[in-house]
Write a protein that binds this ligand. Structure first.
Ligand code: HEC
Ligand code: HEC
Length: 471
């Protein structure tokens, strides 16, 4: 340290972008000198270290620490509050805010009251509510059937994942959306749908399709997909709660071959550190790939997105036509936010199974089957519960149809990192696997038992479930 004080850095010699590099070397040199006890070397003279009067630069260790804190905070802000300029689409083009506001407030239709908003699965952040309002809600003096109350909640930034943009006269002029709309819920500590934020928990109540279907102008989707507005509406309304189709505007496939909606369940975005490929089908890339994909192509934010695979008109006819694979907005409101957003997501832990939510004794027996004759750990490797390495499988290896897999670039399914399987009220509401085809863990295990010819006894299956619930 004394070396740094004696040999000041001339900061004018540092480029703003790579300022860390010289500092890093200086720190290394300082450390090396400190360790070997020598005093002055040529390196010190050619790389002077700090300007007189300036505080000594932080060690690289300290820089890492403060960078981690900054990334976490920045990423959280982005995840919760950044619309990426998407208001120009949701408000500007679709005029969704008009449907939210309703006719009385200068919009169209009945408007969306807080009661309706909650029924559609939107969540309210109780911590954003001022104490007087909390008291009024408790006293029952707030009109939960009035769309004006929804507008007030938006003004308070209390609707999770939705930002209202108000004009100077207080009118709702537009709305934008955030990651949190689909990937956060609340703990219901105040009332159902109102509570503290739970970032990363897939919102399995949110009927995003029904919400978007109320927009006065669905022509942009109609143009994009090459179908009429009535069809767009029908497709949006076919998704249902907790589901969204993140590939529809790439391949135009609204239905599976069996006629059911092609939408998938909203996955949770926690517990993904150490996990290679993401999303149900994988093949797209890592978390940060997907963040860029979603922010640009699903949220309709303004940024840059490059993926030449989307120029394949056979697999992705809509994307190829729309140019999703080479998207460059004049203003990029996304790319600079990707590093911290990635960091924040990786920091989200897997919620732990509460004590008493499973039978620990049975779980211990189940763990043995999981890692043994039930073959689960051949793919779900503890403690990340997916393959450390290449974590994709063909539909044939799983004994299911390939419809959703075929929509991904590698035509495979990701070995879902098993997370929080104890919770079927929120996290796994709507079932298991990408489309919720298995309603319960019993159904999942029966499927593996049949398909992999495991020959598990009923007790073994029960024990296995207790272990799954403990994960
Ligand atoms: C409209 C709802 C919606 C929004 C908004 C949204 N996502 Fe997602 N997200 C989904 C769905 C649905 C999937 C699954 C897609 C698939 O597998 O095809 C997904 C997948 C993911 C995954 C992979 C999860 C896993 O288990 O592999 C991550 C990570 C993720 N989203 C993060 C984000 C971030 C960050 C944002 C904001 C930039 C965002 N999402 C915005 C619906 C949404
Ligand atoms: C061949 C690899 C493989 C094996 C073996 C395997 N799984 Fe899976 N598992 C997967 C894949 C891939 C998925 C995702 C399927 C989908 O989303 O459609 C999955 C999904 C799951 C899910 C649903 C997770 C969720 O969030 O919806 C559970 C639960 C599960 N597996 C448990 C097990 C158990 C228990 C065993 C052993 C009996 C097992 N798996 C064996 C690959 C495997």
């Amino acid at each position: 340290m004394s070396i740094k004080k004696n040999h000041p850095v001339d900061r004018t010699h540092q480029l703003p972008d790579n300022g860390m590099l010289p500092l890093f070397f200086v720190t290394l040199i300082a450390a090396a000198l400190g360790a070997c006890g020598s005093t002055k070397t040529e390196a010190q003279d050619t790389k002077p270290v700090a300007t007189a009067g300036r505080p000594a630069p932080a060690s690289f260790d300290e820089q890492i620490q403060s960078n981690a804190r900054r990334m976490l905070e920045e990423g959280k802000r982005t995840f919760r509050f950044d619309t990426f300029g998407s208001e120009d689409f949701w408000g500007g083009k679709l005029r969704l805010h008009e449907a939210l506001a309703g006719e009385k407030l200068g919009g169209v239709g009945q408007g969306v009251s807080p009661r309706t908003a909650l029924a559609l699965g939107l969540k309210v952040d109780a911590e954003a509510l001022p104490t007087e309002l909390v008291a009024q809600i408790k006293a029952g003096t707030v009109d939960l059937d009035d769309p004006a109350t929804t507008a007030s909640l938006l003004k308070l930034n209390a609707v999770v994942g939705v930002t209202g943009i108000f004009s100077s006269d207080g009118k709702l002029g537009s709305i934008g959306i955030q990651c949190a709309i689909c990937h956060s819920t609340v703990d219901d500590s105040f009332a159902p749908g109102i509570g503290r934020r739970l970032d990363g928990w897939g919102n399995r109540d949110l009927n995003i399709g029904a919400i978007v279907a109320t927009a006065p102008n669905l022509q942009p989707f109609s143009d994009l997909l090459g179908v009429d507005v009535a069809t767009v509406k029908a497709v949006l309304n076919s998704w249902g709660p907790g589901r969204y189709d993140a590939e529809l505007n790439m391949d135009g496939k609204a239905k599976r071959p069996d006629g059911k909606s092609a939408a998938t369940l909203m996955p949770s975005a926690f517990g993904l550190a150490g996990v290679n490929q993401h999303t149900w089908t994988g093949g797209w890339g890592t978390v940060t790939y997907w963040n860029a994909y979603v922010a640009n192509t699903q949220m309709y934010g303004k940024g840059t997105f490059l993926d030449s695979r989307l120029e394949d008109a056979k697999q992705y006819p809509v994307a190829a036509k729309a140019g999703w694979g080479h998207l460059r907005n004049a203003t990029d409101l996304i790319t600079a936010k990707l590093p911290a957003l990635h960091f924040y997501q990786l920091a989200m832990p897997r919620p732990k199974a509460p004590q008493g939510s499973y039978d620990a004794e049975a779980a211990r027996r189940g763990q043995v089957y999981f890692n043994g004759n039930a073959k689960c750990s051949t793919c779900h490797v503890p403690p990340i519960f997916t393959e450390p390495g290449y974590n994709l499988h063909s539909a044939n290896e799983l004994g299911i149809d390939s419809f959703q897999a075929d929509r991904g670039p590698e035509r495979r399914y990701v070995t879902t990192p098993l997370r929080a399987l104890f919770d079927t009220q929120k996290i796994h509401k709507g079932g298991f696997y990408h489309d919720g085809r298995f309603a319960t863990l019993e159904d999942v295990i029966d499927h593996y038992d049949r398909f992999l010819k495991l020959g598990l006894s009923d007790t073994q299956k029960k024990d296995l479930i207790q272990y799954l619930k403990s994960i």
